[in-house]
Design a protein around this ligand. Sequence first.
Ligand code: TRP
Length: 331
Amino acid sequence: MEKPTVLTGIKPTGHPHLGNYIGAIKPALEMAEDSSSQGIYFIADYHALNSVQDPQKYKEYTYEIAAAWLSLGLDPEKVVFYRQSDVPEILELHWILSCLTPKGLMNRAHAYKAKVEENNQEGNDPDAGVNMGLFTYPILMAADILLFNSNKVPVGKDQVQHVEIARDIAENFNRTFGDAIKLPEYVIEEETAVIPGLDGRKMSKSYGNTIPLFAEEKALKKLVNKIVTDSTPPEEPKDVKGSSLFTLYKEFATKEEMEAMREKYEIGIGWGQVKKEVFEVMNRELSEPRRKYYDFLNNKEEIDKILAKGAEQARQTAAAQLKRIKEMIGC
Ligand code: TRP
């Protein structure tokens, strides 16, 4: 039996932050350790192009995301790791799938619909600010997934609909031309907590409340100190539930440390002390990856080499599947 393929893409739209790490990178890395499946991880740079249109940033984010994954332990010997734009077969399949995708399916995609609703509310043209890349985003994502006959696609909740669309498109193909494409399933990381940002809201680039994943020690300390807390005095018992600091602590501390912290909350501990301990566990866990991260960024040729090798592997599989698909459609 062939190993099932687990595939996921990471969109390089900004500097990697703690929320990305805890919510996406960490669970995906754990999955990459599972030797009963074949992992495929790629940087979805063409998906970023509909919003990142500054060549400097486009390059920088791509390298940063690659360096982040590699420094946190993604092993390119065990998984296939490449940059989407290095695998042109994806784009060829994208066109083929476009011709099998009803426009109405795209009209119903969340990201596009949200943009149209926003435009309507503001009295703008419904399609203001919508490029075709945003509109057909789910088809490119379907091509990413279907070209590799992926069985499982780990994604955040916001991407579930896209995987369902990929399934619909695969079914359209199979119905029209015969069975060639495996129907993918999404896997949601149910357990991941909402990671709070500096202001207590969900950590997100759009709220400007992020903590950069590889902030240098001093900067990291400063940022942790900035996390908002209430005005409960030190000696008063505190609730771990809903505490941003505890949520972050939990992600980096050992089980014993976490239990000890829980007790301290019950007895009463000052926020200043909690912050100090949050910083300490974070820094302990991140200092080694941080060192590797900057080493990678100072040695981009190494990243290029790794991605080139990954693309070569990916293209072998991709070319075989594309050939089969092209034969089936008669070209
Ligand atoms: N759209 C995904 C996101 O924004 C990234 C992505 C692109 C992806 N292609 C994919 C995820 C294929 C899983 C499978 O996060």
